[in-house]
Design a protein around this ligand. Sequence first.
Ligand code: ACO
Length: 325
Amino acid sequence: MNRMVILGTGSAVPERVLSNEDLEKMVDTSDEWITSRTGIKNRHIAGKGEETSRIAAVAAGRALAMAGLTAADIDMIIVGTITSDMGMPSCACLVQKELGAANAFAFDINAACSGFIYALDIADKYVRATPGLKILVVGAETLSARVNWEDRNTCVLFGDGAGACVVTGTAEDRGMLAGKLYSDGTLYRLLYMDSAPSMNKELLCKENDGSYIKMAGRDVFKYAVRSMEGAISSVLAQEELSVDDISLIIPHQANIRILKSLGERLGVADEKIYINLDKYGNTSAASIPIALDEANRQGCIRPGDLILLCAFGGGFTWGAALFRW
Ligand code: ACO
């Protein structure tokens, strides 16, 4: 059976760092509140010339370099994002242009914070069918542009960045072993962003002030923990594995308390859950590939390790993917 393997990983974040102390000067908040409720200390904020596609292209270039490939080798580009530079074309087409990946076809996936997991799952289906394909899978966001910087409930949470993987097929018994995706659109009102003036009259209500992220934090918290636990259990069951077999869980970096609750429910030690949200905040679809790249470059992942990726985000969308490295 053909499986999908990761040939290279890369990531990139904008230059400017916004700390909790900086936020104290912008809204009524404190480093103590943000750290204790979220675990976040800093986030990177995109400036001029750091559009989503540009950050994505830098991350992709680093993944290509690690894979020992050039842009011309890539057959397909999938970008998970909800903050593409433009309404049309897709961010993936702009990444293709930036890289000069002339042989690729390119498209975006809108699955919010689960965008990278969704994109990986699609790439997996392609390379299982055609193992010679080389696919660039990217998660990239500049959510700072969609955050109301006067709303302390949300502005402390998010950051910008991108992560990427180059994948292909193999006949070896390693790579992506299992994946499972879910959605529940009935709950969309708990986390949404009406990014363009909506044609839907129901959305044109007073509190819907344009393009900002709206979030019912406590509900999102509850669903995120339960849903990621369910997705992880499902992929482990597919392979008849237990959580004790897993070397490292690389979850969507939303919030330290969500990840601690997830760890407690799964019964895994803290050190088995990779966390870097203190440095980047919640970068939505970019958070898993940034963390994966960091873990990979720091040597936290060894050949043969079982690695679990899991995400939860607006839609609601959620899912998990299991790899043997
Ligand atoms: N600084 C200081 N006080 C604040 C801030 C802030 N930045 N934000 C909210 N508060 C206040 C509130 O106004 C409220 O004050 P009040 O009691 O006077 O009304 C108080 O703190 C408590 O507010 P809660 O919303 O009840 O705080 P809670 O403990 O639930 O923490 C948080 C809020 C961190 C958003 C939490 O609900 C959470 O982690 N939710 C998950 C949401 C999340 O991670 N979303 C990311 C996007 S979705 C995803 O990626 C999965």
